[in-house]
Structure formats: structure tokens, C-alpha cells
Design a protein around this ligand. Structure first.
Ligand code: IPM
Ligand code: MN
Length: 371
């Protein structure tokens, strides 16, 4: 029995999650796997009516599950950052999901490049540090101190910043931070993955030419880890990387990237593969509870219209099966999606005419047909 916590979330989240569950149910009808789904209403509605984001009780409840299956979090009625940090990032950090795996294969015939170029990229985005630690604040009038705290599974750190400017202006800080042990375990995971797929080269992204304090530590660890593992690696600055991903995506196979730049390049790359409607992500803790979600957000303007592409979420379910040790079933879901596309079933974002529900149904039909 696989115990899955389901968090449909906000906006179109519930619609795409429903299609993901449809597909997982089709898998359990056809193959030897049973699911116990339990839904949680950790979302903007609950926040607006009770003021609760992710609570300690939520975390205690979720700890009892094998995996978390998430739709999307975000609501226009709430100030940017509240739900994102209070729910999504809080979940990633609470479960120490230090790896964000975002596969980006070309989805023929939906690729957005003019040139016919085939590629299959796996991006690994560091998921708990960098400019996402939530440390910072304001010094008004040019003088003052900011007391910060960064709490992760690996450490609980207090940071104090004192500023004394000779200009009476307002100054705002957002502090980036990386720690050696976290980079080490992240690099280990990426190297293991490369070994698994028989790839000998890792492209490591950063901006070490400018943010040289934070990314020199990052590079130091990558150099050491790759040397010990006998892995080849090379560095790309993130600006050049955005260009290269559009120009020659076929030159890349495994990419490792810090949190913030990873956020940016995975949207860019999703578009290159065919669009955000096709991009799943896994927030991975190799020894703990992982969480799977589409890369896209809650798209409130499409809520309830039955037109959003559920494939990103269906592919997140595929990643969840892989992660639960059932790559065989992950493959079945992948083939189901491919099968539906090959029959000409796809949603409006891809130029098709099918609805969210019809797309899910077509994947289910393709899965039944595989038997
Ligand atoms: C993503 C999202 C999140 C992120 C936001 C909503 C916090 O953009 O999953 O890519 O920046 O990681
Ligand atoms: Mn993003």
C-alpha cells in the first residue's frame, strides 16, 4: 500500500490533481499496486478563512505518508510571498527536500524551437538554500540591525547584520547562503543519477564571476566531488546558460544549478520542451518524504474552465512512481502520455482542442491499451 498525501492547492491545482489521481487509479487497476490517498486542504482558502499556512500539525500528519502529491499554490488575493513561502517552501524545507529534479525532454511535436533538435535534459535544482533562505530585511534611515534565523535539518543558524550608512536612505537586503554539507549531499545525488543513466558529464551552473562568495564554495565542492567520483564536469554562467538552452539544448544532458537560477532556467527550458503544461518536478529527499508537483503555478484565470493541460501533473505522478521504487509503473504512465499525444489528443496550450478531463481520459485509455 502506498500512502499518498494529496494537496490539490489553489486555482487550477484541484483540476490537474484530479487527472493525476485518475491516472494513478488506472495504474492500480492494471498493475500490482495499491494507493491510499488522503486529501489535505492546505491552501489559500484555508489561509484566508483561518490565517493558517503550514502548521506543525500539518507536518506531523504528512510525516505519516510515503509521498506528497501537490497541485499548485498561489492566489491573487494574497500578497506575493505569503503562500509561496508559508506553504510551498515551508513544505520543501520541513521535509528537507534538498533536491528539485526537473526533467526536460523534448516533447515532439510540441518543441518551441525553430530548428529541429532533439534533447533530453535532467535539471537538478538545489532546493533549500541560496537566495531562498528567507533571510533579509530592511534598514531604514541607513542605520540598524537585522536579526535573522535560518533553520534547516542540517543546522539552525542565527545571523545578525548591522548596517551603518552615511546616507539616510532605506536599504533592503536579501541574503544568499550555501553550506558545504548541503552542497555535498546535493552533488552526491546528482552524481548518482548521472551514474544511473550512464552519463559522464555534468554541467554546473552559477554566477561565480559576480556572486563569488557563495558560488566559490559551490564550485569547491563540485570540483572535489567530481574528482573523487571520476565525473567530468564544466561550469556555465547562468546568463550564458539561458542562451545555450535555446541555441543548443542538445549539448546538455545533466544540469546542476543553485536554487534561484534553477527556478528561472527550468521555466525557460519547460517552454523549449513544449511548454509549462508538460513540465513536472520532484522535490526529493532521498531518505525521507518527497513531494511531486507540476512546475507551473495555480493559473487562477483558468480556474474551473476545464482547459488547462494536466500532463505536467500526470508526469509528476510518473516521477512519484519512479521515486517509490516502481520505475516500471512510471514507464507505463510515460507511455500513456505519449500514447495519448500520438493519437492526436492534446490541450489548447499545445494547439489542441481537448479539455483537461478529456486529456486525462485519453492517458487512462492509453494505459489500459498497454495491457
Ligand atoms: C517553482 C515556483 C516556486 C519557486 C515559488 C512559487 C515559490 O516558482 O516551483 O518553480 O520559486 O520555487
Ligand atoms: Mn518557478
Amino acid at each position: 500500500m502506498q500512502k499518498i498525501a494529496v494537496l490539490p492547492g489553489d486555482g487550477i491545482g484541484p483540476e490537474v490533481v484530479a487527472e493525476g489521481l485518475k491516472v494513478l487509479n488506472a495504474i492500480s487497476e492494471n498493475y500490482s499496486v495499491k494507493f491510499d490517498f488522503q486529501e489535505f486542504n492546505i491552501n489559500s482558502e484555508r489561509y484566508l478563512s483561518t490565517g493558517k499556512l503550514v502548521t506543525d500539525e500539518d507536518i506531523d500528519q504528512l510525516r505519516k505518508f510515503d509521498s506528497i502529491f501537490l497541485g499548485a499554490i498561489g492566489d491573487d488575493r494574497v500578497k506575493p510571498g505569503v503562500l509561496e513561502k508559508g506553504i510551498l517552501l515551508a513544505l520543501r524545507f520541513s521535509f528537507d527536500q534538498y533536491i528539485n529534479h526537473r526533467p526536460a525532454p523534448l516533447w515532439k511535436p510540441f518543441g518551441r524551437l525553430k530548428r529541429d533538435v532533439d534533447f533530453n535534459i535532467d535539471v537538478f535544482r538545489e532546493n533549500t538554500e541560496d537566495y531562498y533562505i528567507g533571510a533579509g530585511g530592511r534598514v531604514t534611515g541607513g542605520k540598524g540591525a537585522i536579526d535573522m534565523r535560518v533553520k534547516r535539518h542540517l543546522y539552525d543558524m542565527k545571523v545578525r547584520l548591522e548596517a551603518n550608512a552615511d546616507a539616510s536612505d532605506d536599504f533592503a537586503f536579501e541574503i544568499g547562503m550555501m553550506s558545504r554539507k548541503n552542497i555535498e549531499r546535493f552533488a552526491d545525488h546528482v552524481i548518482d543519477f548521472s551514474n544511473l543513466i550512464g552519463e559522464n558529464y555534468i554541467t554546473v551552473v552559477d554566477k561565480a564571476n559576480v556572486c563569488s562568495n557563495i558560488y566559490s564554495l559551490w564550485r569547491e565542492v563540485w570540483n572535489e566531488k567530481c574528482r573523487k567520483a571520476g565525473k567530468e564536469h564544466g561550469y556555465m554562467y547562468v546568463d550564458a546558460m539561458t542562451m545555450a538552452l535555446v541555441k543548443n539544448p542538445d549539448k546538455f544532458r545533466v544540469i546542476a544549478v543553485p536554487n534561484m537560477f534553477g527556478d528561472i532556467i527550468t521555466d525557460l527550458l519547460a517552454e523549449v520542451t513544449g511548454g509549462l503544461g508538460l513540465a513536472p518536478g520532484g522535490n526529493i529527499n532521498p531518505k525521507g518524504i518527497s513531494m511531486f508537483e507540476p512546475v507551473h503555478g495555480s493559473a487562477p484565470k483558468y480556474k474551473g474552465m476545464d482547459r488547462i493541460n494536466p500532463v505536467a501533473t500526470i508526469l509528476a505522478a510518473k516521477m512519484m512512481m519512479d521515486n517509490l521504487g516502481r520505475r516500471d509503473l512510471g514507464d507505463v504512465i510515460f507511455k500513456g502520455v505519449r500514447g495519448a499525444f500520438d493519437k492526436g489528443v492534446y490541450t489548447q496550450d499545445l494547439g489542441g482542442k481537448y479539455t483537461t478531463k478529456q486529456m486525462g481520459d485519453a492517458v487512462v485509455a492509453a494505459i489500459h491499451a498497454l495491457k
